[in-house]
Design a protein around this ligand. Structure first.
Ligand code: ATP
Length: 430
């Protein structure tokens, strides 16, 4: 018999239907038993009467979180959670769960959530909870929304390799791997390749893929592997064009989430406030907060800046622009009249960096000079430098951390909660 998703039972009252899912609760009361069955669309109460002998006997052998297929009559029942229940005629056990669950899916009254490390050890059970699955439904919709934007605005979708002959950023955070008779590096970003696509004349590209960072950090916003979204645009006049595009891209994502799974989500308004690093530092100092570096902001400064801007403008988003050159990569373009200031920016959402972007330096000689100034080995960058030798449009783009967007959107305590299987210094399993 064709399966009915629990969400659709309402339309099938009076019919014999088959549902499939996990057994969330079991309540035996003499000659009657009640089950709550859960599938990805919702929960349904199932009543099992002693008169259906076989189903009733099977029900006695059931354990919590077993997977079953139940056929029976869908009927209205005012007492049941959604106003309907299924009177089981047949119960087939598709997978019997061990009686001792390592972590609970449903809490007893007053029960507490298991600590994160143990939950991540048993991630597949942890993810059975509504609020966990919901995180990934939100991500799915966000991605649908941003892709809608890229599709409607002539972006070309490309994928970049993860193996690289040279590290994509300065050396420290790179994973080195054995690659036959030599070393290779796992991409810390698709930076070089998206710029190559600009040199190839693609004009607008969108990339998603895994990003690897050998960051020995134990923060709530870093992992060693994460999904990145990147886009790059040609023929821009300045980094402000990139920020404009990013605002529209994100709003399209937020609109899709709001329309489908999170109606309470506020859709940000354009333009997002843009504050220079100099202004930001002054604002923060006035509040008695000063970080160690004048060319970057500490997590505390980021949080406080987000809060101040929210207070002043009502915006959850703020662009921090005009980063000093000593805090930025060699390929960020600098102002002709202020060679120490880059056309680089970060986007902060509710006090956390979610995007880095910039206009890139596309002029070969200037790029080479900047690389040398940063002490880079230009010869080892030859493969990259050559992209700019045979004609390359002015361009700029962004690297976006969707996990961090979801973390902030849903007020999650860590980016790991927004990741199916987080990877960090200690964890590479399951
Ligand atoms: P941070 O300063 O927070 O360490 P970053 O400046 O190293 O971040 P970028 O290299 O600019 O980050 O990467 C682009 C985006 O990718 C960031 O804005 C962030 O959203 C995301 N991101 C960077 N590193 C990580 C990480 N280790 N885990 C998860 N997301 C990350």
């Amino acid at each position: 018999m064709e399966r009915t998703h629990i969400k659709s039972i309402k339309q099938k009252i009076g019919e014999k239907i088959t549902i499939k899912g996990f057994v969330e609760t079991i309540r035996q009361q003499g000659s009657i038993a009640f089950l709550i069955i859960r599938d990805v669309t919702g929960r349904a109460q199932v009543v099992v009467l002693k008169s259906h002998t076989e189903a009733f006997d099977t029900c006695k052998t059931l354990t919590l979180e077993s997977v079953v297929c139940i056929t029976g009559l869908a009927k209205e029942e005012k007492q049941a959670p959604n106003g309907f229940e299924i009177e089981a005629e047949e119960i087939m056990v598709l997978s019997l769960a061990s009686p001792e669950l390592p972590i609970p899916v449903v809490f007893e009254k007053g029960g507490e959530e298991t600590d994160a490390p143990k939950r991540f050890d048993y991630r597949w059970i942890d993810l059975r909870k509504d609020e966990r699955i919901n995180i990934f439904k939100v991500w799915t919709e966000l991605e649908k929304g941003v892709r809608k934007y890229t599709e409607e605005n002539n972006f070309i979708q490309v994928y970049a390799p993860s193996f690289m002959g040279v590290p994509s950023e300065s050396g420290a955070e790179v994973f080195e791997v054995n690659y036959f008779d030599r070393k290779a590096y796992l991409a810390q970003s698709p930076q070089f390749y998206k710029q190559m696509a600009m040199a190839a004349g693609f004009e607008k590209v969108f990339i998603t893929g895994p990003i690897f960072r050998a960051e020995p950090s134990y923060t709530t916003r870093h992992m060693t592997e994460f999904t990145g979204w990147d886009f790059e645009l040609s023929y821009i006049e300045s980094h402000h064009d990139v920020m404009d595009e990013l605002e529209k891209f994100l709003i399209s994502g937020f609109e899709q989430v709001n329309k489908t799974v999170l109606p309470e989500l506020e859709i940000p308004k354009r333009p997002f406030p843009r504050v220079t690093m100099k202004e930001a530092k002054e604002l923060l100092r006035a509040k008695g907060i000063s970080g160690e570096k004048d060319y970057d902001v500490s997590p505390e400064e980021e949080r406080e800046l987000g809060r101040l801007i929210k207070e002043q403008t009502g915006s959850d988003f703020v662009f921090l622009i005009d980063y000093p050159a000593n805090g930025r990569a060699f390929y960020h373009m600098r102002y002709p009249d202020q060679p120490d200031i880059t056309k680089g920016f970060d986007l902060i959402y509710k006090g956390l960096e979610i995007v880095t972007g910039a206009q890139r330096e596309h002029r070969y000689e200037v790029l080479e000079k900047q690389a040398k100034e940063k002490g880079m080995d230009v010869e080892s960058l030859r493969g990259y430098m050559d992209f700019f030798k045979y004609g390359c449009p002015p361009h700029g783009g962004v690297g976006i951390g969707p996990g961090r967007i979801i973390m902030q959107m849903l007020d999650l305590p860590s980016v790991k909660e927004a990741t199916l299987l987080p990877r960090d210094v200690k964890r590479i399993n399951p």
